[in-house]
Design a protein around this ligand. Structure first.
Ligand code: ADP
Ligand code: ASP
Ligand code: MG
Length: 439
């Protein structure tokens, strides 16, 4: 059994949903089809939640109505028979009635997460209606029946696996299963989600849960490119990469994959394929355990980074200093991305600023602290980058025009990271693209 995940653009128009239907009905293999919300929907739902949180009911109502109109225009182009259209109307009615009720009750975070879940529920139900109309046998699975996260918002892979396997066992004859990406239940049994872009994570978790033969991520581009195509000219798709390389790129900003979406597939050695719904015959990118190629493969950039320089004359020759520093970040559950050290200072970067004030306050009790905001980590990834001749030299040469705040090299065999002020990001990426890739 394989997993086929389709992102927002892939289901964002009625004719695209028809394409998805064609893709999932090819071949004999059984599949679990994971769908995102129609493109733009989750952003609208975020806006509705923000308006409600700000008690701006007029704005919330206007946003709900706008989204409602979008769905009312969508379904007649998706399905044509009287029965199917009626069904689609009822689905849309149910979900927009729910959103409208929220205008009348008091808002809280749990309600906000319920709002965010409407997109995937709508897309899967509408898609299922299309399959029913076309008499394509399929089973509708609610992700809320098997996807769950614990109190630290970590997915409960074993539980997901147990539940999903027992659900699938009830349908031994069926070959197509449709479910929602992104949404799950949390430890309080409330509706929750796997964070923005989380449908990729759902797909990989399901792939791991059932030890699938492949995890196909269908999107709007022909695979992982060597640099961010939204920012840099002349990027090209990468045919193959290792799980480690893909994980670094996803974590350090390649938007095509959710940052955590590689580890579940990697853990069970399920190959991940990035494919293009708009061009299904394109090769895409195959992500697997081992790849042969050596050298720089791709670059990604992660914005919104804050660098903290922690300085203490007592750090010199002292042991236990780093432990003290790290304990503070641990206490505030704030992950550190990059670290560089000198004899008297250590610089770290974080992107979660929710506890920054407390962290700085505690660090300030035993060292001096400097903070630089609006930084970008540029991550250069490749198989054994750190062993390929001159790799670091060409990175430094290429960035000669830009003030580099930190460099991290040698931490893993396939990553060199540099930190620059975000205002230099575009030029730095473009320059690296020209200098590190020779084609
Ligand atoms: P989906 O809705 O299918 O999940 P996303 O918008 O989340 O799609 O991801 C696909 C987009 O990621 C592409 O359209 C592209 O603009 C962007 N992207 C950013 N970095 C890369 C990269 N290195 N390779 C490919 N696409 C990238
Ligand atoms: N719909 C969600 C989002 O836009 C999840 C996803 O598309 O992966 O973030
Ligand atoms: Mg995505």
């Amino acid at each position: 059994m394989k997993i086929m995940k389709f992102g927002g653009t892939s289901v964002g128009r009625p004719e695209r949903m028809h394409q998805v239907k064609d893709l999932i009905t090819r071949g004999e293999e059984s599949k679990i089809v994971v769908l995102s919300a129609l493109s733009g929907t989750t952003n609208s739902l975020v806006n509705i939640g923000e308006a409600l949180a700000a008690a701006d009911k007029v704005l919330a109502k206007a946003k709900i109505d706008e989204l409602h109109t979008h769905y009312n225009e969508f379904y007649p182009k998706l399905v044509t028979t009287e029965t199917a259209r009626k069904k689609a109307q009822e689905i849309i009615k149910e979900h927009f009635e729910f959103l409208n009720i929220l205008l009348k009750i008091s808002f809280n975070e749990a309600i906000n997460r319920d709002i965010l879940a409407q997109g995937e529920l709508l897309s899967t139900k509408l898609f299922y209606t299309l399959l029913e109309e076309l008499k394509i046998p399929a089973v509708f699975l609610s992700a809320l029946d098997f996807m769950s996260i614990d109190e630290n918002a970590e997915p409960e892979l074993q539980k997901i696996s147990d539940r999903l396997k027992s659900i699938l066992a009830q349908h031994p004859e069926d070959t197509i299963f449709i479910t929602q990406g992104f949404i799950c239940k949390n430890h309080l049994n409330e509706v929750d989600n796997l964070k923005r872009g989380g449908s990729d994570y759902t797909a990989s978790l399901i792939a791991a849960a059932i030890q699938a033969t492949a995890c196909e991520i269908w999107t709007d581009i022909d695979g992982m490119h060597n640099n961010d195509p939204r920012i840099v000219d002349k990027t090209r798709p990468i045919a193959e990469m290792s799980f480690d390389e893909a994980a670094e790129l996803a974590y350090f900003g390649a938007k095509i994959l959710h940052p955590a979406s590689i580890w579940p597939a990697q853990q069970f050695n399920v190959p991940v394929k990035l494919l293009n719904t708009m061009d299904p015959e394109a090769n895409g990118t195959l992500i697997k355990a081992k790849v042969e190629s050596i050298g720089v493969k791709a670059i990604a950039a992660k914005d919104g980074i804050t660098a903290i320089k922690i300085k203490s004359s007592r750090m010199l020759l002292a042991y236990g200093f780093l432990r003290k520093v790290f304990e503070i970040f641990e206490k505030y559950k704030t992950p550190i991305d990059m670290i560089t050290t000198s004899e008297v200072a250590v610089s770290v970067t974080i992107d979660d600023l929710s506890h920054l004030e407390h962290i700085l306050e505690e660090l300030g009790t035993f060292c001096s602290v400097e903070v630089d905001r609006d930084q970008t980590i540029i991550c250069i990834v490749g198989n054994m980058v750190s062993e390929s001749k001159g790799a670091i030299q060409s990175v430094i040469d290429s960035l000669i025009e830009y003030p580099v705040r930190m460099v991290s090299f040698g931490g893993s065999r396939h990553n060199v990271s540099v930190l620059v002020d975000s205002k230099f990001k575009k030029e730095a990426l473009q320059s690296l693209n020209q200098d590190l890739f020779t084609w």
